[in-house]
Design a protein around this ligand. Structure first.
Ligand code: MG
Length: 381
C-alpha cells in the first residue's frame, strides 16, 4: 500500500531531503500535499514534478496560482486531509504548532522535524496524541537515534540520555571573537547543511536546548537525566545509558535522509541506496568534549526554561526566534542573542500557560519585547 505524505515546508532543507527519500520509494510513499512558506517558484517546480492533490503557500496571499491554498491555515488543511497518512512537519518555528496539533487530533502520524512544536506546548501536544490516537515520530537526528536505541526497552531500564552536539562553527572560538561573530561566520556549519534559522541555533547551542526539551517530552525522561556532549564529527547521533551501565549509540553519516526515512517506516526498516554507507576506517577517530557552557549561555538558559515549565519554554523559543531574525538581518550582535532571550524570560517566563491561547499570548509578548528593545530603532540606543 502506498501511504500519502504531506510535507509541510517542502522547499526547505528538510523538505528537499524528504522528496529525495520519497523519490527512491515510490511504491511505499507518495507526496500528496506540499506546502511552502514563501518560495513560490520552488514550490511550482515541485508541483510540476509530483502533481500533489493539495498545494499550499503560507505567504501566498497574492498567489497567481488559482488552485493553490494560501495563508497559515493551509498547513492545517494539508495536515488533516483524508489522503494523508503521515505529516512531515518541517515548518520553521512555533508556526508549525497548529498543524502538529491538528494532525494528531486527526489521528495521523507526525514525522516531526519542527521541534519548536514540543518546546512551545509539550504537555498539550503529547496529551493530544494520546487522546486521539495520533503519534509523533522524531525526524531530528538525535531523537531518531534515541528512539532506535530504546527499541523494546522499558522506561525503568533507562538511566540517562546523552545528546550529541557538533558544537557548531564556533566550538573553538574565544569569547572575545564570539561576541562579534558575523552572520556569514555563523552560517558556516562544519558538518550539517541546514536552513539558516537552525544553523544559527546550532551556533548559539539554542538548538541543543530545544532538543533537550524535545527529548524530555518525547521520551518522558526528567531533565536531570538528559546530558549533552560535544562530538564534532556528528557520526554518533546520541547515546542511551541503561541502568546496568550498558550504553547504546546510533551511528550514521550526517544526512537527514536517514532519520526522515526511519520516521516514515518506523518501526520497520526498508532498504535504501541513497545514504552514504558507513565506513569506520574512513571516518578515523570519533572524539568527545564537554560543552563550554559559559561561552554558549543559550544552552543553559533553554534547559532552565524547560525545567521551569509553564510558559517559560514558549517564551525562550519566541524570544530566540525574534533574536535570530534580528541577527540574520544584521542588526543584533551575536553575543546579544542570549542577552535578549534572558531579558524576555525574566519579564514573561512566569506568564500563565493553562491553555493554547495563553501560550500564544506569552509567545507574542516575548517576540514584541525583543523586537522593541533589541532592534536598532529601539529607545535603548
Ligand atoms: Mg538535531
Amino acid at each position: 500500500m502506498t501511504l500519502g505524505v504531506a510535507i509541510l515546508g517542502s522547499t526547505g532543507s528538510i523538505g528537499l531531503s524528504a522528496l529525495r527519500v520519497l523519490e527512491r520509494h515510490p511504491r511505499e510513499f507518495m507526496p500528496v500535499a506540499l506546502t511552502a512558506n514563501a518560495n513560490a517558484s520552488g514550490l511550482a517546480a515541485q508541483v510540476a514534478r509530483w502533481k500533489p492533490s493539495f498545494v499550499g503557500l503560507v505567504g501566498g496571499a497574492h498567489s497567481t496560482e488559482a488552485e493553490w491554498h494560501t495563508g497559515p491555515e493551509c498547513l492545517v488543511q494539508a495536515a488533516t486531509r483524508d489522503d494523508v497518512a503521515i505529516v512531515l512537519n518541517a515548518v520553521v518555528g512555533a508556526a508549525g504548532l497548529p498543524a502538529t496539533l491538528a494532525a494528531l487530533t486527526a489521528g495521523k502520524r507526525v514525522a516531526l522535524a519542527n521541534k519548536e512544536t514540543l518546546v512551545v506546548a509539550g504537555e498539550l501536544v503529547t496529551t493530544t496524541a494520546k487522546q486521539h490516537g495520533g503519534s509523533i515520530v522524531p525526524v531530528d537526528s538525535e531523537h531518531s537515534a534515541i528512539l532506535q536505541c530504546l527499541a523494546g526497552r522499558q522506561p525503568h531500564e533507562v538511566r540517562r540520555l546523552v545528546l550529541t552536539a557538533s558544537g557548531g562553527p564556533f566550538r573553538t572560538w574565544s569569547d572575545e571573537r564570539l561576541a562579534t561573530a558575523t552572520v556569514h561566520d555563523a552560517l558556516q556549519h562544519p558538518t550539517w547543511q541546514m536552513g539558516s534559522k537552525i544553523t544559527i541555533d546550532s551556533a548559539t547551542l539554542a538548538n541543543k536546548a530545544l532538543e533537550v526539551i524535545e527529548a524530555h517530552y518525547l521520551f518522558g525522561v526528567p531533565y536531570d537525566r538528559i546530558d549533552v556532549v560535544v562530538h564534532p564529527q556528528s557520526i554518533i547521533h546520541s547515546f542511551v545509558e541503561f541502568v546496568d551501565g550498558s550504553v547504546l549509540a546510533q551511528l550514521g553519516m550526517p544526512s537527514m535522509e536517514l532519520p526522515i526515512l526511519f520516521a516514515l517506516t518506523y518501526p520497520d526498516r526498508i532498504a535504501d541506496s541513497g545514504v552514504p554507507l558507513f565506513d569506520p576506517v574512513a571516518l578515523g577517530s570519533l572524539t568527545f568534549e564537554s560543552v563550554r557552557r559559559e561561552s554558549f549561555p543559550m544552552l543553559d538558559l533553554g534547559i532552565q526554561a524547560g525545567r521551569r515549565g509553564g510558559a517559560a519554554p514558549a517564551v525562550y523559543n519566541a524570544a530566540n526566534e525574534s533574536a535570530v531574525a534580528l541577527f540574520l538581518a544584521g542588526v543584533l550582535p551575536f553575543g546579544e542573542i542570549a542577552t535578549s532571550v534572558r531579558a524576555a524570560l525574566a519579564e514573561f517566563g512566569a506568564l500563565p500557560s493553562s491553555s493554547l491561547d495563553a501560550l500564544w499570548h506569552a509567545d507574542a509578548m516575548a517576540r514584541q519585547f525583543v523586537d522593541l528593545h533589541f532592534s536598532p530603532s529601539s529607545a535603548r540606543s
